[in-house]
Design a protein around this ligand. Structure first.
Ligand code: RB5
Length: 149
């Protein structure tokens, strides 16, 4: 189950991402917003992030105008590793090396076809573990407010 969320700037792109998820046979839950009325991206980013952190959803895709605000909000939820990507290389490596569990887009930055390419690559890539696990464990320690050294 994929958690989706956006603000008002990204309703059309979110609809495109839903089409991709349908094509890929992946289920999703939309945590809003669902109207074009101006809204506050932290509300919706955090709703999706909490669903991922709790295990209700496996991963999440969140979208605002730049992808910045909604990713910052998602990353405030412990256990969330949300990356803003405008190209597929970082998206794929964020899965393979950082075990990213949320992807963010800027609807005013990427067009629908590029966004779908990035999302597909990100959804298909797997975490490699190994030496990367130690570093992801450090990120979890930072979530717990522990010192690394
Ligand atoms: C809304 O105007 C815009 O600020 C928001 O979508 C996002 O880009 C914030 O980071």
């Amino acid at each position: 189950m994929i958690a989706l969320a956006s603000d008002h700037t990204a309703l059309e792109l979110k609809a495109e991402i839903k089409k991709l998820l349908d094509e890929m046979g992946l289920e999703y839950k939309d945590f809003g917003t669902c109207t074009a009325e101006s809204c506050d991206y932290p509300i919706f980013g955090v709703r999706a992030a909490k669903a991922v952190a709790s295990g209700e959803c496996d991963r999440g895709i969140v979208i605002c105008g730049t992808g910045v605000g909604i990713s910052l909000a998602a990353n405030k939820v412990p256990g969330i590793r949300c990356v803003v990507c405008s190209e597929p290389y970082s998206a794929q490596l964020s899965r393979r090396h950082n075990d990213s569990n949320m992807l963010a887009f800027g609807a005013r930055v990427v067009g629908p076809e590029l966004a779908k390419m990035i999302a597909r690559v990100w959804l298909e890539a797997e975490f490699e573990g190994g030496r990367h696990q130690r570093r992801v464990d450090m990120l979890a320690a930072l979530d717990r407010r522990e010192d690394l050294e």
